[in-house]
Ligand binder design. Structure first.
Ligand code: TYD
Length: 402
């Protein structure tokens, strides 16, 4: 574990602590029956803000091998994410990729996004450090290089795939990268002159406005706003051309980044409208109110003899349960559709993870939607549970958008 003392975006050293969740277990390290009897590794989760460019990042960096060599999350587990990525891929390929051109996805997970291009006349390659996911992607017909992306990997791809990439896609991966300069230099090696890098990152403004503290965990090293990102790319000879806002993952930015400084389409407006620095004291107060309300509600439910389960075992669920101290006496079980999570336990608070069909078998009085970013999809799937009188409760206002 390392402590990061400079800003990932501008390299400044004026970092100030703005929020702490204390010591927390690794959010995606689901535990076997045997492991819940063992002591668990924990690490501080502390947000620092750069006083120069406004970048927000974690103070501690966990060894990436610990977090990623066997990764539990699979993109394909959500229909909403599948259609989101498919739309992005189709649109970007139409705009930037000639016939037989090369599309590289960094952080390609189980190959879901690239698989949506099957039938198109393009060559695809995934890059992802998780061996288990690369195997799944391969079974889908998506060749995947098991590696952390950087200049060496970029050179390897250029040499082995006959030329540079016309499109590089990096969705929900930049926040996981410690050395962002190395990442950008890799893009400079791999991207063709006229090509485009499409980046998606969760948006800091949404985290603040909606008190999405549970999206803070060890894998997410950065919490991006537009200003620090533009500075990062410019410093590395890359230029943000266009910015869009999407609702996935609690509020996401999609940036189109080019090697040439084309006329930026809407970057100045975004920079002008961004409220920096964020109101951290309001954020802290909102998080505390959310925590108190949740514990109060769960305690009342338990005391009234009602049973509440968690729906979804996302990383953010681990953070929410651990930060709020919600153990099995208040919430005895969670359900999740991911095969690699079923049969395991939530880190820290140890709820067993069952398959979603158990919700109908047991019909608990309420389900707390820990995977709140998929709330609409989950509500649709569990219409029978609701029709039989089950409550679906989202842990905060404004969070139930897909
Ligand atoms: P995700 O959105 O990736 O959140 P995080 O980044 O915090 O891990 O994870 C969503 C989780 O919710 C994942 O474990 C799958 C689960 N899930 C279900 O169990 N049922 C569903 O219908 C959906 C959409 C997701």
């Amino acid at each position: 574990m390392l402590t990061r003392t400079d800003c990932r975006c501008c390299r400044g050293e004026r970092l100030v602590e703005v929020f702490s969740l204390g010591e927390q277990p690794y959010a995606n390290a689901y535990l076997t029956e045997h492991q819940i009897k063992e002591p668990e590794p924990k690490c501080p989760l502390v947000l620092m803000e750069c006083q120069d460019c406004g970048q927000v990042q974690l103070s501690h960096v966990v060894d990436p091998e610990t977090l990623y060599s066997n990764y539990a999350f699979m993109t394909s587990s959500s229909q909403g994410m599948k259609s989101h990525f498919s739309e992005m891929m189709q649109r970007s390929v139409t705009q930037y990729v000639p016939a037989n051109g090369l599309v590289v996805e960094i952080g390609s997970n189980d190959g879901t996004a690239l698989a949506s291009l099957s039938g198109k006349n393009v060559r695809c390659l995934g890059v992802d450090p998780a061996e288990n996911l690369a195997t799944v992607a391969g079974q889908r017909g998506v060749p995947t290089l098991v590696a952390f992306f950087g200049q060496d990997v970029a050179n390897e791809i250029v040499n082995s795939h006959h030329g540079p990439a016309d499109l590089i896609v990096a969705c929900n991966v930049l926040a996981h990268v410690d050395d962002l300069d190395e990442f950008c230099q890799g893009v400079n090696v791999l991207l063709s002159n006229e090509g485009a890098l499409i980046v998606e990152v969760p948006y800091l403004q949404c985290l603040i406005d909606r008190a999405e503290f549970d999206t803070i965990y060890h894998e997410h090293l950065s919490y991006f706003a537009v200003r620090p990102l533009v500075a990062l790319f410019e410093r590395n000879g890359l230029h943000v051309q266009h910015i869009e806002r999407h609702e996935v993952h609690g509020g996401t930015l999609r940036l189109t980044v080019r090697r040439h400084a084309y006329e930026p389409r809407n970057v100045a407006e975004w920079l002008a409208n961004e409220s920096v620095p964020p109101d951290w004291s309001a954020f802290r107060a909102n998080v505390e109110a959310l925590r108190m309300n949740l514990i109060d509600w769960l305690t009342k439910m338990r005391d009234a003899g009602k049973v509440v389960w968690g729906y979804g075992a996302p990383a953010k669920g681990t953070v929410l349960l651990n930060y709020c101290g919600i153990t099995t006496d208040l919430l005895p079980v969670v359900v999740d559709s991911t095969s690699t999570k079923i049969g395991k336990h939530v880190p820290g608070t140890h709820q067993p993870i069952l398959a979603p069909c158990e919700l109908l078998n047991w019909q608990p009085d309420a389900a707390l939607v820990l995977a709140w970013n998929h709330a609409a999809e989950i509500r649709r799937k569990e219409a029978d549970y609701v029709a039989r009188g089950g409550w679906m409760v989202v842990p905060a206002l404004n969070r139930n958008k897909e």
